[in-house]
Write a protein that binds this ligand. Structure first.
Ligand code: DX5
Ligand code: ZN
Length: 217
């Protein structure tokens, strides 16, 4: 079963609780995009918001850190109630140490790669993570177009998982909508993050069903 993770980046921040409630049925994670204005050219959410939305839903909070020096903030996001914390390989010269730090906080660790970063960069860490997030756009903003060349990386991660019996989930993020979801699922994606394709639609339940219908046949 493919999982859906609505990204609240495209939600109305003046009423986040209501927005989360509007997508809660039939989805699996709530995806939270944390940006620092350094690693990516945008500033969004910090631990205070994660703490504020934690009691709103029972769904796991899938926290995607697009920040420099993530090791300085992992404890705060863990304390705020994150269930999964993913860090960018490009932001972590000591990636193994940060992944261990996340695990030691009792949170599931994930690793993220940008469109231009090859899978080989993260091969040594694949046995230690619960999630591998393949960026299918350049991180920083919602509503961008899907980059097709990322599909082969999803396939590679799917192959490696089978070959070595790894148990990470393969997640994709960026430009995921009814037109692109099937290619991701066919390549081996197991969790689909979708921001604008869900929150920019008035009927969120219909939007979620449209994405699911695109690959469930
Ligand atoms: C992009 C973020 C995504 C973003 C996706 O930097 O990591 O999670 O919210 O937005 P859409 O689905 O609109 O491309
Ligand atoms: Zn994201």
């Amino acid at each position: 079963m493919v999982k859906i993770a609505p990204s609240i980046l495209s939600a109305d921040f003046s009423k986040l609780a209501t927005e989360i409630k509007s997508v809660e049925n039939d989805v699996d994670y709530i995806h939270v995009d944390v940006m620092d204005g350094h690693f990516v050219p945008n500033i969004t959410i910090g631990p205070l918001i994660v703490e504020a939305i934690r009691p709103v839903t029972n769904l796991p909070l899938d926290v995607h850190l697009m920040i420099e020096n993530p090791e300085d903030y992992v404890p705060q996001f863990a304390k705020a109630g994150a269930d999964i914390i993913s860090v960018h390989a490009e932001a972590c010269p000591h990636l193994h140490r940060v992944i261990q730090q996340i695990s030691n906080e009792g949170v599931k660790p994930g690793v993220v790669i940008n469109p231009a970063t090859p899978v080989s960069t993260i091969e040594p860490i694949l046995q230690d993570v619960d999630l591998v997030l393949v960026m299918t756009v350049n991180p920083g903003f919602g509503g961008q177009s899907f980059i097709d060349s990322t599909l082969s990386k999803i396939e590679q991660l799917s192959e490696l998982k089978k070959q070595y019996g790894f148990d990470y989930e393969i997640e994709v993020d960026g430009g995921v909508k009814a037109e692109t979801a099937k290619a991701c699922v066919d390549a081996g994606a197991e969790v689909l993050v979708a921001g604008s394709a869900i929150f920019n639609q008035e009927d969120r339940q219909a939007a979620i069903q449209t994405i699911k219908a695109s690959y469930e046949q």
